[in-house]
Design a protein around this ligand. Structure first.
Ligand code: CO
Length: 214
């Protein structure tokens, strides 16, 4: 049996298991999804959104890319964000980084990795902006851990700076943006306590002021 056959076999077992505990599960889910959460995380295979927070299909909308970034010109991420906020009306957005992130380490290293370095350049901005705090730390792993956290906080800001999120706040739609970090070593999430729930929490320069009613 090939490895891919094994995947199909596991899939049948999984679907059977879900149906056994809830016979209507797939029918209900096929009709509609109404997740309350949008997870923006790293593509790393060790950080699977649903499993980490114990949620079933249908409960969390997910966007993942290398090093969990929110780049203002990335229409893929913005499209996910817009759909999640405007259509699904998620109540929480969590940017979830993880310690031991290869993308963050690659950005820190200054090595030539090809095209991906252009994507990781965004993390170099974070590193450069916080260089004094980072360089004050002796241990390299601890430096990288801090850079992982600072990257998450920066991406939380980027989510909040979008017109998508600010317009939602403007129309009084409940929406909180959180920054979390996951530890590969013990499987636990840590809240970085940088939750943003309203436009007043972000810097003036990034505020989008809605046009007055006609
Ligand atoms: Co990663």
């Amino acid at each position: 049996m090939s490895k891919l056959d094994t995947l199909f076999e596991k899939n049948r077992e999984w679907a059977h298991g879900v149906k056994t505990s809830d016979p209507q599960f797939f029918e209900k889910l096929a009709a509609q999804q109404s997740p309350e959460y949008l997870w923006i995380g790293c593509s790393d295979s060790r950080v699977p959104a649903n499993q980490i927070v114990g949620l079933m299909p249908g409960e969390i909308f997910v966007h993942r890319n290398v090093a969990n970034m929110v780049v203002h010109t990335d229409f893929n991420c913005l499209t996910v964000l817009q759909y999640a906020v405007d259509v699904l009306k998620v109540k929480h957005i969590m940017v979830v980084g993880h310690y031991g992130c290869g993308g963050v380490a690659a950005a820190y290293e200054n090595a030539d990795n090809g095209l991906i370095d252009n994507w990781l350049r965004n993390i170099k901005d974070v590193q450069h902006r916080h260089r004094k705090r980072i360089e004050a730390i002796e241990d390299k792993d601890e430096r990288l851990a801090l850079l992982c956290e600072l990257n998450v906080k920066t991406q939380v800001s980027h989510v909040c700076h979008t017109t998508i999120v600010q317009n939602a706040w403007q129309r009084a739609q409940p929406l909180a943006v959180h920054g979390w970090v996951y530890s590969l070593k013990d499987g636990l999430l840590k809240d970085l306590d940088c939750t943003v729930t309203r436009a007043e929490q972000i810097a003036d320069a990034y505020r989008v002021i809605a046009a007055p009613d006609q």
